[in-house]
Design a protein around this ligand. Sequence first.
Ligand code: XIL
Length: 376
Amino acid sequence: MSSRLVVAAGVFVALVGSVAGGLGVVGALGDDRPDPSLTDHPSLRSTPASATHLIGVAVGHRALTSDRDYRALAAHDFDTITLENELKWSHVHVEPGVFDFDRADDMIEIADDEGWAVRGHTLVWHEQLPDWFDDARLGREQAIELLRTHITNVVSRYAGRITQWDVVNEPLADDGSGLRDTVWRRTIGDDYVALAFQFARDADPDAQLFLNDYDPTPDGAKYAALIELAAALRADGVPVDGVGFQHHLAGDLDLGVVADRVDEAARLGLDVAFTEVDDRLPDDAGPADLAQQARRLSGLASVCVASPACTTFVMWGLTDEHSWVPDAFPGYGHATLFDAEYRAKPAYDAVFAAFDPIEPDPALGARAAGVQGGGE
Ligand code: XIL
């Protein structure tokens, strides 16, 4: 049965122009067995850290449904997946009030088979909106109804199955000075954030709800602002459970600052998820760059493991073949734990060590000696 679902009742959107449906292509697994040599390394999901932390990876529908090696590698090392794109508005909300859950359903079915927890990403964002959205003429009340319809349908469909949601993604201006100027803020007002969290809570009272952002500031100012916003919302009775720090690393970063931010969030009773970890290097990166990357990523993993408030560590992309980085940042790549041939990189070994306190952890030593990590 198709999961294409019409739920237009109560949604009115003045729409100019035509609407494209865009049903997904569902790949089929071939008969070949996965290459066993690709999973001939220890498993992140069997480390001691996995008893207390979700260890996740963002995966895409096409690779997951058509590439056995990709699926086997993800299953070997991770206990949690984030759907990289398939729950975003442009993928799921194909016409006003009309939803296409086919690809997301495929992935959740695979998650069931593999025993993966699932993070939902994302309910409100100013990017990857459907084409029809640009043509919609939304007043405040219409926009609120549209938001309510979207969140209610998407969250309730996976209630009990998706246990964490990035409810609002990237709400802050880059310097952390306040809310970013987005279509949601312009049409609804600043309370779009509170409304989104309330709609999500109503649709699944048990899901953990996160405010998610990245931080390009060298001093962690934007993550501090994210924590402040989450705390202020909670003080107003808005159901925010935690903050998501994306951590798309791209240069120097003070791991001590990251640890401070985690502690601040913890003191305020907020959970922390590292939601989109990657570390981009120039295309011509050599062994020394890969060693630095290993140190940065294991440092980040160590910060998360060290705090009970940091419950979740998610890599954004399984292998360098599947990373968003080369598209988003031409000239850069090498951003994940596995290379383009799906082989574990130095960063894999270092992150494994950070997740396994039985093994000596070079990253912890480096951190204690004041070595800086990298990125935004
Ligand atoms: C990216 C995906 O990885 C790409 O495949 C897509 O083309 C664009 O979006 N911050 C986020 C993620 O919150 O949703 C983005 O994902 C990466 C940056």
